[in-house]
Design a protein around this ligand. Structure first.
Ligand code: UDX
Ligand code: ADP
Length: 462
């Protein structure tokens, strides 16, 4: 039996600990957080995050071998293994502002671990951190005067939101990196043993510490790069009359390229992609690799362009003005099946539309609360409406910003009757049946496809 602690009960810490608790009944797992409201929510029936399948697991193990608490010091003292999954936002000040990770929470956590410990422990980096952070961690932890020794292990998180539970239960791989010393290897083995309860051994990869840290940044950079690449091609499709879905299918059948992550969109969002790439860019710059830094930075720049140009295309299509027009924004979450709105392209689109003086009405099945909090600075200029039919009533346009399957199942013929005409649909996720919408009467603009409009003599493709 081991006492496993997770510091930080957020999107990563919560689901990760729940799944570990489910598969390791002999271990006692505690997740702590400084945010008392969040801990109270984890203890209630209304969990602080929405993830398919999460509630069932939490209800099955909570109070048995999974506990949530705000008593950080006590649980640190009791723990054998401490996972750290506190947030590492991008620095907003000083050196590396806008790019480097802000490590103040991490360092505070490390110091807190030292202060509250009276036995040696394994500390696991779960948050994404710049390469070689573990080294700094080891120095802080092992400069204690209590004679304690801390092994630092990197175990990056690859779960994607919306499929967090499934990704944890059935991962492509688990990565555990550690020092190449006997003690470091024992620590790696202890973490491997946890995952080996349910993950086939061949899917558990062990590396040195730095490879593990860099692999996390590299994986997210490669994934984000695919989205920016297909979005770049989508722009060319719109100019030439090619259809990006056809192009994505055609190139995706090449097994070297693969079909996944080629969905052209209004841009990528989420707490990881932009942050991790900028982190990578900062690292490259730090080591004088300016060309390498510029290469990766372009992935983020392309994404910003994709979000901004979505709104430019809306304005251009709607006779060069959206001022005073009601626009129904379908989606607030950064992708479907999550309540998370961090870096959501939907909110970027919302802000751009507000700049154009549009009246934005946002609808989303799970993320409205989070959107309201994020948009507090423009409160009063945005309406939050849980019912998509009500959101679209009297609107000039619908803009799809999140690929919720619910949005594809709405009765668009009925919606059309309630909208201002000519009515527009901008499908930023290519989830709707565009020909059908066109037949109903809409002017339809999708990402990377020729527009379908009812206007005479319009040739907006070229
Ligand atoms: C990502 C990584 O996938 C995960 O491994 C890592 O641990 C955390 O970062 P996440 O941010 O939850 O996960 O979402 P992901 O599914 O990767 O999507 C990121 C963004 O890209 C979303 O906004 C999504 O809508 C967008 N996307 C994804 C596209 O626009 N097109 C695609 O083809 C795929
Ligand atoms: P992630 O997506 O990385 O899990 P979240 O913001 O969802 O990010 O979760 C990080 C959690 O870490 C938050 O709930 C935050 O309150 C918590 N946290 C930050 N600093 C500390 C700390 N020093 N001790 C405990 N919890 C912390």
């Amino acid at each position: 039996m081991a006492n496993i602690l997770c510091i930080g009960a957020g999107f990563v810490g919560g689901p990760t600990m729940a799944v570990i608790a489910k598969h390791c009944p002999e271990h006692r797992i505690v997740a702590v957080d400084i945010n008392a409201a969040k801990i109270a929510a984890w203890q209630s029936d209304h969990l602080p995050i929405y993830e398919p399948g999460l509630k069932e697991i939490v209800l099955a193990v909570r109070g048995k071998n999974l506990f949530f608490s705000t008593e950080i010091e006590r649980h640190v003292a009791e723990a054998d293994i401490i996972f750290v999954s506190v947030n590492t936002p991008t620095k907003t000040f000083g050196q590396g502002a806008g790019k480097a990770a802000d490590l103040q929470y991490w360092e505070k956590t490390a110091r807190q671990i030292v202060e509250s410990s009276s036995s040696s422990k394994i500390v696991v980096e779960k948050s994404t951190l710049p390469v070689r952070t573990a080294e700094a961690m080891e120095r802080i932890l092992n400069s204690n005067e209590k004679g304690l020794f801390f092994d630092v292990v990197s175990n990056p998180e690859f779960l994607a939101e919306g499929t967090a539970v499934e990704d944890m239960q059935n991962p492509n791989r688990v990565l555990v990196g550690g020092q190449q010393t006997p003690s470091g290897q024992r620590a790696v083995q202890a973490i491997v043993d946890i995952y080996a309860h349910w993950v086939p051994r061949e899917r558990i990869i062990t590396t040195n510490l730095w490879s593990s840290e860099l692999s996390k940044l590299a994986a997210n950079a490669f994934l984000a790069q695919r989205v920016s690449s297909i979005n770049a091609i989508a722009n060319l499709c719109e100019k030439t009359g090619a259809d990006v879905t056809e192009v994505a299918h055609a190139i995706g059948t090449d097994s070297r390229i693969g079909a996944r992550f080629l969905q052209a969109s209004v841009g990528f969002g989420g707490s990881c992609f932009k942050k991790d790439i900028l982190n990578l860019v900062y690292l490259c710059e730090f080591y004088g690799l300016d060309e390498v830094a510029a290469y990766w930075e372009q992935v983020v720049r392309m994404n910003a362009y994709q979000q901004a140009s979505f709104v430019s295309k809306m304005v251009a299509a709607m006779f060069n003005t959206v001022a005073g027009k009601r626009i129904a924004l379908f989606g607030a979450a950064f992708k479907a099946h999550t309540s998370d709105t961090r870096e959501s392209p939907a909110l970027a689109v919302c802000r751009e539309l507000l700049e154009e003086h549009a009246h934005v009405v946002i609808t989303d099945p799970y993320a409205l609360e989070s959107a309201r909090a994020d948009l507090h600075d423009v409160a009063g200029r945005v309406t939050f409406e849980p019912d998509p039919y009500a959101a679209a009533r009297d609107a000039h346009a619908i803009a799809i910003a999140t690929e919720w399957p619910q949005f594809a199942k709405l009765d668009y013929a009925a919606i059309y009757e309630t909208m201002v005409h000519p009515a527009f649909i901008f499908d930023g996720r290519n989830i709707l049946d565009h020909n059908k919408l066109f037949e109903i009467g809409y002017n339809v603009y999708a990402v990377g496809k020729p527009p379908l409009t009812h206007f005479e003599n319009s040739n907006p493709v070229l």
